[in-house]
Write a protein that binds this ligand. Structure first.
Ligand code: GLN
Length: 308
């Protein structure tokens, strides 16, 4: 295998070209109507190396919504504010063997399985303090900080689309309210829909991957939020539940903490080393980017990046 210091834009573009065809085999998410409008052929691949240097290839300027990748940022904000024990007092650390929108275990133990599936993520966002959209603003500000990109904002049209069709998520929200986990009003659910609608690029995702790979130190070395413990928590959640019910097989094949979103992005942390960001909106049956997965897999094989 090759040394990671030899990674270049050329490496990335040859992996991208090899896997471009997968974008015709997956399917763009359309259960959120606005997402159905995405260009299935768009594809991008980014790496932030050990020294914080950025390598980009493909549709590098193409923006897409974070969707479930926002869940790791919300978890970080909630844990920094309330402490891990409090955040997990009524939520599990279970790995995922259920689809991301499954109701487990709200009807049995009453507790969401983990903060990466929708139920636990909606709950986690509801734990962040502040009236109205304050909790969302905290998540947005953290994304802007980690990526050092103040231009990042959310897509109003995707947000409206999710809000008007997200009845399953609304059902989970009210079931958790019934169970006594959630005390606020629907503003808290709106904050979840808004965080899912944050728009960014593959490069921004690679910077997020880098951040958690480096104990919450930013790619430019800024260590304002440095915490080995927070990074360990986030990476362990990414590893065990970040790719939903595919997480187990994914950890065998790729072996890296990763978080996907139905917008087609995946953020990957190579602990102590680098961050990877991929984008291709055609998804597999689990809701993970198909070409994105194959690009990550090839990079991992070429440079022997699995943590195992
Ligand atoms: N906003 C999406 C939803 O709640 C996020 C799901 C995902 O990216 N897997 O359904």
């Amino acid at each position: 295998t090759a040394d990671i210091s030899t990674i270049s834009e050329k490496t990335l573009s040859s992996i991208l070209e090899k896997n471009r065809t997968y974008s015709t085999q997956g399917k763009v998410a359309d259960y959120i109507p606005e997402l159905g409008k995405m260009d299935a052929k768009a594809i991008a691949f980014s790496v932030v190396d050990q020294n914080g240097k950025v390598f980009n290839t493909g549709d590098v300027h193409k923006k897409f919504t974070m969707q479930s990748i926002s869940k790791i940022i919300a978890l970080m904000v909630a844990v920094r504010e309330r402490g891990e024990a409090d955040v997990f007092a009524k939520m599990g650390y279970f790995g995922s063997e259920k689809p991301f929108n499954h109701f487990s275990n709200l009807e049995t133990t009453g507790k969401p399985l983990n903060p990466m599936m929708n139920a636990g993520a909606i709950y986690t966002t509801s734990l962040i303090s502040g009236a109205g959209e304050q909790a969302f603003i905290k998540v947005l500000d953290m994304v802007r900080y980690i990526t050092k990109n103040q231009n990042i904002d959310y897509s109003k049209s995707v947000y409206e689309s999710e809000k008007s069709t997200g009845h399953r998520n609304r059902g989970m929200f009210y079931l958790m309210k019934n169970n006594g986990l959630i005390s606020g009003n629907e503003d808290q659910l709106d904050n979840y829909f808004k965080q899912c609608s944050i728009e960014l690029t593959a490069e921004d995702l690679a910077k997020i991957g880098y951040f958690f790979a480096h104990q919450c130190v930013r790619f430019d070395g800024d260590s304002k939020y440095k915490s080995a413990e927070v990074a360990k928590l986030i990476e362990s959640q990414m590893l065990t539940a970040g790719m939903y019910e595919f997480s187990g097989e994914y950890s065998r094949m790729v072996g890296l903490p990763s978080k996907s979103g139905v917008g087609g992005g995946i953020a990957v942390s190579v602990p102590g080393k680098m961050g990877i960001g991929v984008f291709s909106p055609a998804l597999d049956q689990h809701g993970n980017s198909l070409a994105g997965y194959h690009m990550i897999l090839d990079l991992v094989k070429q440079y022997n990046l699995s943590i195992f």
